[in-house]
Ligand binder design. Structure first.
Ligand SMILES: [Zn+2]
Ligand SMILES: [Zn+2]
Length: 258
């Protein structure tokens, strides 16, 4: 049995996605990701930064050091921003062009020897829709059915049950504490990249979702800050209106006691 988390962001992510308040940019260094994953008993990870392979390659290099050898397997990967939503590319060692259609993106990933997985599918933003997924059914390797930022995990799990596609699991960690929040378990040892991909392909895996109260602690102050910011913007616009009132406005020029 091996534990895996195949969606982790490092400080090399371009962090253009999500709100800075609710989902702050990742500051996780590759070596810290490895250390935290090992300390949480996770044996297989993938660093999948937004449109940047460097974090993944640095993590692979770091994992080769003797102190981490045989303790962790790092699957190379990147999260590609296609025009139709985010697509995880695994087993690739170079950047995949962004802003192409999902179809073109998947084609390039496969040409580079990789496999394509729909990241946090069915969500409104940055995610492949059901029609896109149906269209790509034979081209996609898997759907990510558990992602700790996704609101559509249950829907994705149901979709998988009636499709031929297999699935993956990833925390989408933007911080070290989130690593492993959503993780999967393999039935067999996953001691190499190929062994991990084979376990996914043959559905010899299960998904484990653990709820972390840290997420709630982060969401509430974030929501309050967003509300405060909105209120400030509102009062600002009121103030701006006053400035632009006509100079000879009769109401403004009336004395107080009249
Ligand atoms: Zn994403
Ligand atoms: Zn992500």
């Amino acid at each position: 049995m091996a534990k895996f988390d195949l969606h982790i962001h490092s400080c090399y992510s371009n962090n253009l996605y999500g709100t800075k308040l609710l989902s702050p940019p990742s500051k996780s260094m590759p070596e810290d990701i490895i250390k935290v994953a090992i300390s949480k008993g996770i044996n297989v990870i993938a660093v999948t930064d937004h449109d940047n392979i460097i974090g993944s390659l640095r993590t692979i290099e770091t994992a080769k050091r003797k102190e981490y050898k045989n303790k962790i397997v790092v699957i190379p990967g990147v999260e590609v921003s296609s025009k139709d939503g985010h697509i995880l590319a695994y087993n690739v060692y170079e950047n995949i062009p962004k802003n192409l259609s999902a179809k073109e993106t998947v084609k390039i990933i496969k040409e580079k020897g990789g496999v394509a997985v729909a990241a946090h599918p069915f969500n409104i933003k940055y995610s492949l829709s059901e029609s896109r997924i149906t269209e790509l059914d034979n081209e996609l390797f898997a759907l990510e059915i558990s992602n700790s930022h996704s609101l559509k995990n249950k829907y994705a799990q149901k979709y998988i049950n009636k499709s031929n596609l297999t699935f993956t699991v990833g925390s989408d960690a933007h911080s070290l504490t989130e690593i492993g929040l959503c993780h999967g378990e393999t039935e067999t040892a996953a001691d190499s990249i190929q062994a991990m991909l084979d376990a996914i392909k043959n559905r010899k895996i299960s998904s484990v979702y653990t709820y972390d109260k840290n997420l709630l602690i982060r969401v509430i102050p974030g929501a309050l800050m967003a509300f405060g910011f909105w209120k400030i913007q509102q009062s600002k616009s009121l103030f701006d209106k006053k400035v632009f009132l006509p100079y000879n406005d009769t109401i403004c020029q009336k004395p107080f006691n009249s």
